[in-house]
Design a protein. Structure first.
Length: 551
């Protein structure tokens, strides 16, 4: 694989000050009122689900002693700079921390949409231009963030040193799209929500989830009452559901005005493409997850992407990318992902996962060469999966991904693994000190640590720290292999059993057996044999080449 990108050149900088004229000291007010959670706590808590703490820095005026003491007490990173020249505060912080990419937030937006930041972060890892501005469109006011390169932040000309440019950090970037490439991305995680589509006429942007005045604060506290107790990191999807069921709540601050700027409109029209993915309820979440990341990649490369799980017959003339197994539709231009009827070729088909129907052309048998050359195995996943977070592996920790398995199937896995929990005297078997199962149903045994569902970035963190990963043939298998983890596979169905047996024979990934047969399996595979497999994260590039070839 290529060199692993580091997390340490991308930073979330949150500008915050106590001296707000319309609502003083708002950033240290509690949400909900009377609690111990301030605006800044909510922002920190949300960002730490995505970023390392070393990447999150509050940028405050140098004379703001009350905020300094608060941040010190919480152990949050902060940087003090000019109170009036906010852009210079950002520039000084970027120099101090060596930032190359900046995610900009403000202290008056406590409920930023973490999923949107995730996909912007993915875009940052794909962008190659030195000067750029990046944001997500169609979000409620106060739930989005903006990103830009340090090169753009430091850009200087005679026209970029006006007073408004000092107060508004990125205005000098947005006003000159001919210099700074403007990326305005459509949120892939919201496209499957019907209400999001219905509200794209401007109604979403009228929802104020930001705090400039007391009425804004009252709405924020009201939203927390409805959503925060059960899901403290709720996002745009939950806000829209609340709006649909209780629209009157959002009238609390509907008369608060917002400062806006007239900015140049992007002139270049994007080419349209549809991605059709397998519905998670039928096909699991792997198809949806990788298609969301694929959507971001194609948007960054100039395409207008629509992400759907149903086919629209009136759009059959548009290029379509199908990640829905063997299901096909009559369209003019099609690209097939993991479709057995369309094995990988140079034109319009590739596998994001290896499959028995595909013979590796570069494979060299041991009889022909005792030291065969590595087999290049194309795959695709979020660029976040490649980030080097410096996480240490915890010996004896096993991560189990169980997807949407039912109670019986979940218990079959648990009972099997508990044989090896801190008591294995057989040196051929590992001894697990920590078993974490993500997905499936709640375990009966307290020795099994369980999370029904977590965010993708939190999942990657757990995988990074695990010594072992136990799952079924799929996306998690590929990402764990890429991280060098000890991977073992389970047969959760007849198809996955066949694929697991193939993976053991051709890829060197141990296959444990079918779930229904686990009660007769008393060994756990202790090693892998994948030394001849060279993972190449390039399947998405093949899709882009195909799109670019269409006229």
């Amino acid at each position: 694989m290529s060199g692993t990108p580091s997390t340490h050149d991308s930073f979330a900088f949150i500008q915050a000050r106590l001296g707000s004229t319309r609502f003083p000291k708002k950033i240290l007010k509690s949400i909900p009122e009377g609690s111990n959670l301030t605006f800044l706590d909510h922002i920190q808590n949300r960002l730490t689900t995505l970023l390392d703490k070393e990447q999150i820095v509050f940028l405050i005026p140098e004379n703001d002693e009350e905020t300094i003491q608060f941040l010190k007490g919480r152990g949050y990173l902060y940087f003090c700079g000019s109170e009036t020249d906010v852009r210079e505060r950002y520039r000084s912080a970027a120099k101090q921390f060596g930032a190359k990419h900046i995610i900009r937030l403000t202290g008056d937006n406590p409920f930023v949409d973490v999923d949107s930041i995730r996909y912007l972060y993915e875009a940052i890892l794909e962008i190659r231009e030195p000067y750029y501005s990046l944001s997500m469109v169609g979000l409620p006011l106060g739930m989005g963030v903006e990103c830009f390169s340090a090169a753009s932040l430091f850009y200087e000309s005679n026209e970029t040193n006006l007073e408004r440019h000092k107060e508004h950090v990125s205005l000098h970037i947005k006003e000159f799209p001919e210099i700074h490439t403007q990326y305005r991305l459509y949120p892939p995680h919201l496209q499957r929500i019907p209400l999001f589509q219905e509200m794209q006429n401007g109604l979403i942007s009228q929802l104020r989830i930001t705090v400039d005045e007391k009425n804004d604060y009252d709405l924020i506290c009201e939203i927390w009452k409805h959503l925060g107790e059960t899901n403290p990191n709720f996002g745009v999807e939950e806000i829209l559901s609340l709006y649909k069921s209780n629209p009157q709540i959002f009238s609390i601050n509907s008369d608060v005005s917002q400062v806006t700027f007239s900015l140049p409109k992007p002139e270049k029209e994007k080419k349209k493409v549809n991605i059709l993915y397998g519905n998670p309820n039928q096909f699991g979440y792997g198809h949806f997850e990788r298609c969301k990341s694929l959507s971001i990649y194609l948007q960054v490369n100039g395409y207008d992407v629509v992400l759907r799980d149903t086919f629209h017959d009136d759009e059959r003339d548009l290029p379509h990318i199908f990640d829905i197994r063997e299901i096909e539709y009559p369209v003019r231009h099609s690209f097939y992902i993991d479709n057995l009827n369309h094995p990988p070729n140079k034109y319009n088909a590739c596998f994001f996962l290896p499959h028995p129907s595909y013979v590796f052309s570069e494979t060299v048998s041991k009889e022909e060469n005792p030291d065969p050359t590595p087999t290049n195995l194309s795959y695709y996943s979020s660029p976040l999966s490649e980030l080097n977070r410096g996480t240490k592996t915890i010996p004896g920790k096993i991560l189990v991904y169980a997807g949407q398995l039912d109670e019986t199937e979940s218990n079959q896995i648990d009972d099997y693994l508990l044989q090896f929990y801190k008591q294995s005297l057989n040196t051929e078997n590992p001894s697990f000190d920590f078993i974490l199962r993500i997905g499936g149903k709640k375990p009966n045994n307290s020795k099994i640590h369980f999370q029904e569902r977590i965010s993708y970035t939190e999942f990657l963190r757990e995988m990074n720290s695990a010594e072992w990963v136990c799952t079924y043939f799929g996306q998690t298998m590929m990402e764990a292999m890429a991280k060098g983890k000890k991977v073992s596979l389970l047969g959760i169905s007849e198809v996955h059993t066949t694929l697991g047996e193939f993976a053991e024979k051709e890829l060197g990934i141990p296959f444990i057996g079918r779930l229904s047969k686990l009660d007769s399996v008393f060994r756990f595979p202790n090693k892998m044999n994948t030394k001849n497999i060279n993972l190449v994260r390039d399947a998405h590039i093949q899709i882009l080449d195909w799109l670019n070839s269409l006229t």
